[in-house]
Design a protein. Sequence first.
Length: 185
Amino acid sequence: MNYQEGIKDEILVLQCQEGDSAAFEQLLERWQDRLWRHASRLTGDEDAAWDAVQETWLAISRDIRRLRSPAAFRAWAYQIATNKCKDWIRKEARSHQAAEHYFEEVSRAEIPQKSLALKEQSESLSDAISLLPGKDRTILSLKYEENFEIAEIAAILDIPDGTVKSRLHYAREHLKKIMERKKNG
């Protein structure tokens, strides 16, 4: 994002904080698609991404007056979206655990077939990224898709800079292994 775009966002945030609904609409138009792409990468589900983004905008509209620094809007919005996606992922995990309880009869022979199907689907980098755990997808998405700096990612995820660097390193290593398996497999 360039300097002029950042200034425009800051002005829109200040106007929103003063109650200007037209400014909020402009902010929404400017950030809706970016936040949705981020949420879609994190959840792996388009409908869930829309739900998460809708919840993100509700939180933004409710709390924007409390945002101390308008320049922090970008990182703040991504932090909210990331948290909404984490909520959805946790809810899905609980749902899957409950479903697994009812389908314990699934034979062990089906598991390798499912793994093979996943491997066949990973024909591109984005498919390989989708195979990463959520924590790895999140950190790689923020760094390489959304182009956040280390300090911004740390603020979004509420972790120290050093932890961001470490997670980036391990996520890249994990992705590299997936890509090598894909290439050799």
